[in-house]
Design a protein around this ligand. Structure first.
Ligand SMILES: [Zn+2]
Length: 84
């Protein structure tokens, strides 16, 4: 991965659509679902505090753990249960 994902808009992730053109529609739908869950978490936890990075040695916050638990429960388990 380079400094920027998209050579057109330079966004990381791409915000103009160019970098998404080769993804399958299933993959794009999973990404939409993932983003909807992230939005829901953020709306339900507007004051969440996240650690600035996931690097080793940086302490995790309670909201980091809460977020990952939420995503595991809502998204990744659904993925395992038959979605491709
Ligand atoms: Zn782009």
């Amino acid at each position: 991965m380079s400094l920027s994902d998209c050579e057109i808009c330079w966004g990381t992730p791409c915000s103009c659509g160019w970098e998404w053109k080769t993804y399958t529609t299933d993959c794009l739908r999973r990404n939409i679902e993932m983003f909807n869950l992230v939005i829901r978490f953020k709306e339900e936890n507007p004051n969440a505090i996240f650690s600035p990075t996931w690097k080793i040695g940086v302490p995790r916050t309670e909201d980091d753990k809460k977020f990952l638990d939420y995503m595991n429960k809502c998204f990744f388990k659904k993925e395992k249960n038959g979605r491709t």
